[in-house]
Design a protein around this ligand. Sequence first.
Ligand code: FE2
Length: 269
Amino acid sequence: MKQSKYTAKQPDAQGYINYSAQEDAVWAELYQRQWPIIQNRACDAYLRGLELLELSTHKVPQCAEVSSRLREFTGWQVVPVAALISFEEFFALLAEKKFPAASFIRTREDMDYLPEPDIFHEIFGHCPLLTDTTYANFMHEYGKIGHGASAKDKVYLARLFWFTIEFGLLQQANKLSIYGAGILSSQEETIYALESDVPLRKPFEIIDVLRTPYRYDIKQQTYFVIQSFDELYQLTQHDLLGIIAEVKPLGLYPAQHAGEAASDKLKGC
Ligand SMILES: [Fe+2]
């Protein structure tokens, strides 16, 4: 795994992390600038989840507190981890309905972009949808499949994660909307993903997804559009590892941009 310039913040015996006033101010600013732009762009389930979680707007929320809310709705928890974790640890946690969260928060120099997840991305981006039953069930089943998968299959599963949980779009009845956490925690990409004419927006097709290279260090070139979270859940109820076995000999599509094929790292998401 690549190195992070940030170090994880360690929870105390009660599971609480001490954030400084400066770090709380970074959270407050990120929250305040992101909230208005997601209103007409995030999917309804995300906005509902954000309301249900009652996240603090002015200080970094504690994973323990977010977990106690999540448990009421879907039995999920969010647990602090180092900035970047192995595939092994990642899937093992998801299989136990524990979402791994990088515990540090970005500094002021990285307000607009950082190539790795921080606590704003993890809590604001990922946690609201973990209140949604179908979405949460997909994550759990996905985690269990990944936990038992070979190292090579985990890489394919990580690509599925990338194009759904991180950078997925959802077609709602009246409009295209965002559910991917990588988009919803980025001011620039929230607007770009829906409104720019640069990226491709393709219907979600599992073989296509598994063959598409991606980059974590630029805005996405391709987004896949699902029709419902049940479409994702159904993938886990069929032979997902069998589909991966079919895809392997086909290989990845050619990279649209230099470096894409080499970027298959989980990025600790
Ligand atoms: Fe993530």
